[in-house]
Design a protein around this ligand. Structure first.
Ligand SMILES: C[S@@+](CC[C@H](N)C(=O)[O-])C[C@H]1O[C@@H](n2cnc3c(N)ncnc32)[C@H](O)[C@@H]1O
Length: 215
């Protein structure tokens, strides 16, 4: 682990190219059944509700599970991930884009999910990301997001599925404050696992899972 503090580096492009390279390996290592935590959102939505999956990856298990009951749109910055998602989840729609520049309709979605993605965006973008999500949600729509426990300065890990990868994040308390300031109401904070199948060798880690509602 080393600091990601080179002012000339393009860390977003590093994330995009990284996921393009490891898309297949990541998808194989990913847990194939959705964690029960997804139910926090799905139990609140009507059949055919519109759900956006931010950083949808290869679509398994989140977009796939959602697509059984809802109208799903997934967005991902990695073209390889989008290619896999289109094969894995034929009845959802996928957009290859950076979530910070994608154009989506205002007040359109009943729910937005984002699993294991926020920490790959530079953290100075996190508040704006949640503002964008807030605008895309209809009034009283729901956000379900995996976040992080601790505040961590931007860093690189040189052996994430064999490549260099970037992370940066705030603490859970800071995210709660940020979401409240933007106009979300925090409904529940629980925890979910690392998202990998049992065979993957990453040590067990837990991520806070937050359910919030557009005020
Ligand atoms: C750890 S994977 C999680 C994938 C999926 N959500 C899951 O649960 O398996 C992180 C995903 O976020 C995507 N991502 C990272 N930065 C992004 C950005 N700025 N806009 C859209 N997607 C992004 C990556 O390409 C990658 O597919």
């Amino acid at each position: 682990m080393k600091p990601a503090d080179d002012p000339l580096a393009d860390y977003k492009s590093l994330v995009q190219k990284g996921y393009d390279r490891i898309a297949t390996e990541y998808a194989e290592a990913r847990q194939k059944e959705a964690d029960g935590g997804l139910g926090l959102l799905t139990e609140k939505l009507d059949l055919q509700a519109r759900v956006l999956d931010v950083g949808c990856g290869a679509g398994i298990p989140i977009a796939f599970t959602l697509s059984q009951r809802f109208e799903v749109i997934g967005v991902d910055i990695s073209k390889e991930m989008i290619n896999l998602a289109e094969k894995n989840v034929p009845n959802a729609k996928f957009i290859h884009a950076d979530v910070m520049s994608v154009d989506l309709p205002m007040a359109y979605f009943d729910g937005v999910v984002t699993f294991y993605t926020v920490f790959h965006l530079p953290r100075e973008e996190h508040k704006e990301l949640f503002r964008r999500i807030h605008r895309w949600l209809r009034p009283a729509g729901y956000l379900l997001a995996t976040l992080t426990k601790e505040n961590e300065e931007p860093y690189l890990e040189d052996d994430y599925f064999g490549i260099n990868m970037y992370w940066s994040n705030y603490s859970l308390g800071e995210y709660e404050e940020m979401l409240t300031e933007i106009g979300f109401r925090i409904l529940e904070v629980s925890s979910t696992g690392h998202g990998y199948s049992e065979t993957h060798e990453t040590p067990e880690e837990h991520h806070p899972l937050i359910l919030a509602q557009r005020g």
